[in-house]
Design a binder for this molecule. Sequence first.
Ligand code: SF4
Length: 352
Amino acid sequence: MPLATAERALLVERRHLTRDEALAVARLPLDELPSLVALAHKVRLEWCGPEVELESLINAKSGACPEDCAFCSQSVRFSTGVDVYPFLDLDEIVEAARATRAAGATQFCIVVAVRGPEERLLRRVIDAVDAVHAETGLEVACSLGLLTAEQAQRLAAAGVRRYNHNLEACRELFPTVCTTHSYDDRVETARIAKDAGMELCCGGILGMGETLEQRVDFAFELAELEPCEVPINLLDPRPGTPMDGRPTLSPREALQAIALYRLILPGAWLRLAGGRERVLGELQAMGLLAGANALIVGNYLTTTGRAAEDDHALLEALGMPVAEGPGEGRFIVDADGGHARPARRSIPVTST
Ligand code: SF4
């Protein structure tokens, strides 16, 4: 019954789910997972189409971050043995962007481990954005921590298309994850990025001790910000962090979460990010059949991903074309009640 209600809402009435409707779906036993996954896939195809968007990241400044996010091996407060280096040279960043292009990804995200960018760093990032645009033509996203409105406007003016700023956890759980900045600080930067004209990429990490209800609430909190893209990281506990030794989600719990997020965020790019290899294991393909329609290819910030050609082979096997560019996710239902479908182009799947 909860699945039938959700299906009617999303595919017939063309509306978003209420919290009660989503919770009713979330409370179904995991034995009903195949039906939930099937519905999430239908919703993804109907709202977003078959394309999968690929992005690569560069950790352009690693470690020594003053913040205390409990999942993060880049915090200076934990002994994790992570690489520590200052902002990379322009050449190294452009080289990584070329590799991104060669790997068939269309978006390149420059990430730095800081609370927020100071002036010198921001200037260097903007120089890097210019160089990547000039040398590769890739769309550039940035993830630089907390921003002021003025900083966001400068990034937007430099042509940064999308800004990543994850909320990481739901409001209720956030104070147990981070104490050096607040959940509201993060929400404010998400809004600042949007107000400056950048698309918002905003997600978090699942499996940090949240209840099923909190997991659903988190999806609704993200939905309030109307993000174009929602990265779903699955906690892969890092040695030396306070989360070290935590049990990971089971593959079935992770698939349930991905499918629920598709139902609650029907028009967003839902990107499988860090932890997918470890948590989903043999069921990685199922992630793309459970509503996800974007991947990070190559390595993550501090962990190694699988080879890009493996992901291309996976997409080919699934019959899912690679999106030609980071099309705009569409969150809002059209005024006439029809669902909004993003204008996306696709390119043939290639094994690089
Ligand atoms: S998640 Fe970001 S802000 Fe938090 S410690 Fe890691 S690098 Fe710093």
